[in-house]
Design a protein around this ligand. Structure first.
Ligand code: FPP
Length: 248
């Protein structure tokens, strides 16, 4: 699949990705450790990020580490955190060159101190970049995000600054980590798994879903183009009929 096959007038504004299959990739290549898969996963992430930026995607949000991932073997968790720190400093150039702003969502306070600091440094240095926003979901759980939104809304109601009747979708969304971004138009999951795995549950209400058997480290720019062309061939009805869409 080539970039020319993509309709430049129908680029999804927000692409979300569940980068799955690093461990299986390492095993399939005969590596002794799953970490090799994560290392190669960083390269796939760089390719996907630059491809999205080139196409004019405005938001790319990737699932880098779930709250459930903390229960993996300590060695793997440490390696992933080290990889994150390394990638953040190595990729700063790429982010600046492509005018990309970095953001992070999740329970960031749970990250090791050096990760947390490095992450905030890169967020700070890139904060005025305007071409695209790359958001890392780190120590992220969508259910936790929703509960924390409910709690903060409940506190406002308790304090009398918000009436219960005024709670609508807009108010709710404004209490999520993703309050400053549009909902994803397209969600991609690699590795042949057909699950959402606690990722952006509220936000993907109307996203188009694209599943591929490719393991994440093998995911290329061409695979991203394929996902976008697939998205462009869908009829997005948002609950309306096909006929209604033709009239409006
Ligand atoms: C899923 O593969 C991948 C992860 C849990 C980590 C994702 C991390 C990266 C792509 C690289 C690091 C990212 C940054 C931002 C530095 P898996 O381990 O669940 O694979 P498996 O399902 O085959 O076991």
């Amino acid at each position: 699949m080539h970039a020319e096959a993509i309709d430049k007038d129908k680029i999804p504004a927000h692409v979300a990705i569940i980068m799955d299959g690093n461990g299986r990739w390492a095993k399939s290549k005969g590596f002794m450790t799953r970490i090799k898969g994560h290392e190669n996963g960083v390269e796939a992430l760089r390719n996907a990020t630059t491809a999205c930026a080139e196409l004019g995607v405005k938001y790319l949000t990737v699932y880098a580490f779930s709250t459930e991932n903390w229960s993996r073997p300590k060695m793997e968790v440490n390696a992933l955190m080290r990889l994150l720190v390394g990638a953040l400093s190595n990729e700063l150039d790429t982010l600046m060159k492509n005018n990309i702003r970095l953001q992070a969502i999740g329970e960031l306070a749970s990250l090791p101190n050096d990760c947390f600091r490095q992450l905030h440094d890169v967020i700070d240095v890139t904060k005025n970049n305007t071409h695209m926003t790359l958001t890392l979901a780190l120590s992220y759980s969508s259910k936790t995000e929703i509960i924390s939104a409910v709690k903060s809304i409940a506190k406002e109601v308790e304090a009398g600054t918000l009436s219960a009747d005024a709670i609508d979708e807009k108010v709710f969304a404004s209490h999520l980590y993703t309050k400053d971004m549009p909902d994803p138009d397209l969600l991609i999951r690699t590795s042949g798994e057909y699950r959402i795995s606690n990722y952006l549950l509220w936000q993907i209400a109307y996203a188009e879903l694209h599943f591929t058997n490719k393991l994440w480290p093998d995911f290329t720019k061409e695979d991203l183009y394929l996902a976008i062309v697939d998205y462009q061939h869908r009829e997005r009805r948002f609950g309306k009929t096909g006929e209604q869409l033709k009239v409006n």
